[in-house]
Design a protein around this ligand. Sequence first.
Ligand code: ATP
Ligand code: MG
Length: 254
Amino acid sequence: MTTILEAKHVNKSYTVHQHEEHQILKDINLLLKQGEFVTIMGPSGSGKSTLLYNISGMDQVSEGSVYFAGEKISALSEKKLSKLRLNKMGFIFQHSHLLKNLNLLDNVLLSAYLAKNSSKEVIGARALRLMKQMGVDGLASHNITQASGGQLQRISICRALINNPDILFGDEPTGALNSSTTAEIMDILHDINAAGTTILLVTHDVRVAARSQRVLFMLDGKLVAERNMGKYNKQQNIRAREAALSDWLTEQGF
Ligand SMILES: Nc1ncnc2c1ncn2[C@@H]1O[C@H](COP(=O)(O)OP(=O)(O)OP(=O)(O)O)[C@@H](O)[C@H]1O
Ligand SMILES: [Mg+2]
């Protein structure tokens, strides 16, 4: 399988109080194959979000290189990088970050308008198809105050998928949802991955990670352990995967 994302010897430091250097990411090496579904776990403050932002080009590495589909993105200009992110990457976060002055359909469409890859008719139809798939097509003309947290998260998934990205990044996408909504969102993500999109998530939730194929464990800015669980399919007993993953995390001292 082809490599979609690779990080080589990535370091990230922040300067605090003008002169103190804090190294947050320490020699990160990571390789993601196309079609994989990988999660990153680890204690709060271990650097998971920082890692996600640095390997997705949202932030700039201090040292090392990041390659996306063979292209060194850590060396791209901001303009080229934005274009690549817009067209090839989708992002979902704990909170949906939707715009309050646009209705939900326009929130989904905005990135497609910016990318200018297809006609308005084509992207409009795609947005409605995605919204239907996620069960939120009835909310097209609503604004963000007229939808539940779970519905808004479905909308933000539609927004992330509107330009048909190769990879979907998520930083605790179910962190603000109750457990039944979490399960629904995870089923959606599973289907998106089964259809071919690579997924990389940061999560605290064993139930979320148990549906991924590989879990990377992060501690103090380093990737220190990895568990390969194989692809999940819905016929498998998810509870057994969760239990095995919990045991492994306990072994890691989590
Ligand atoms: N812009 C910044 N400037 C200085 N320090 C930062 C900055 N962003 C993050 N950090 C520090 O980097 C460390 C890792 O933060 P990060 O948000 O990546 O952790 P995390 O593993 O995602 O934690 P959580 O599980 O709580 O979300 C923390 O100590 C944080 O204070
Ligand atoms: Mg975080």
